[in-house]
Design a protein around this ligand. Structure first.
Ligand code: SF4
Ligand code: SF4
Length: 255
């Protein structure tokens, strides 16, 4: 089974948290299982996760990718997927866990923020996106025995997931759109996708060196933002990849 299908199948095997339903949960340094969930993980990193982690660690993207991740290629679409590499110790610990907790807490990946929920989303008709939530109840986690009641909405808000979900949804739409072509990206396209989505600092250099803006309709203000802010650059990367891979983008056009 492919990685993404396996993740989706795993989520759908769990109890669903329907809209408006609640679950009780609390977590913090006082719990007896503190840090028990920060190891032995198959943790996918989205392009936005990589951007936030890179910034938290003050590393360039190439060093982050080589130092902390594994990259796989999705068989059907040929899209590159990035996973956080666990340490080679008995617990297969996350490289960022410390006795006092997560050392990148403010910039922790979306999956860590979502836990103990799992989010499954897929592209729906007319550009919509359908999302569902599932409760991941693991035996070692004592969080369900304490805390307050949450809906999926209040939990996601509390965990600061808005930007993560918005960016991830664009990624899902990009991959879903390409999937309809029923062929994998070629090597050149896959390299371009990787550069644009996971290496915002290098992509900004590429934009400058290749004079990419000269061939696109883009306001001077947006050009400035793309080269100054990595979030704006990632947003542009999604638009640009839509344009070059499928020939059209809602927010970007060739001159
Ligand atoms: S990034 Fe932080 S929260 Fe996520 S698994 Fe690692 S230590 Fe835990
Ligand atoms: S309560 Fe659950 S989420 Fe919190 S530290 Fe323990 S295992 Fe991790």
């Amino acid at each position: 089974m492919r990685q993404n299908d396996a993740t989706e199948a795993f989520l759908k095997s769990l109890p669903e948290l329907k809209n408006g339903q609640t679950f009780r949960f609390g977590c913090g340094p006082g719990v007896s299982c503190f840090n028990a969930c920060c190891g032995d993980l198959n943790l996918s990193l989205t392009p936005y996760d990589v951007l936030r982690l890179r910034r938290a660690l003050a590393m360039n993207s190439a060093d982050l990718v080589h130092g902390f991740t594994q990259v796989s290629t999705e068989r059907v679409t040929g899209f590159p997927f990035v996973h956080l590499r666990m340490l080679d110790n008995a617990k297969r610990s996350c490289p960022f866990v410390r006795p006092e907790g997560c050392s990148v807490y403010q910039d922790r990946p979306g999956a860590c923020r979502t836990y103990p929920l799992g989010r499954a989303s897929k592209a729906g008709p007319f550009g919509s996106l359908e999302e569902r939530f599932f409760i991941v109840r693991e035996a070692h986690c004592r969080g369900f025995e304490q805390g307050r009641e949450w809906t999926s909405g209040t939990w996601l808000k509390d965990q600061g997931l808005k930007e993560y979900s918005e960016s991830n949804d664009r990624f899902i739409k990009l991959v879903s759109r390409w999937k309809t072509k029923k062929r994998p990206l070629d090597a050149k396209q896959a390299n371009m996708v990787f550069l644009a989505l996971y290496q915002a600092d290098d992509f900004q250099r590429f934009i400058r060196d290749m004079g990419l803006f000269k061939r696109l309709i883009l306001s001077a203000e947006r050009q400035r933002l793309i080269l100054d802010q990595e979030e704006a650059c990632l947003e542009f990367a999604f638009d640009w990849l839509e344009l070059v891979l499928s020939g059209q983008s809602e927010k970007l056009a060739h001159l």
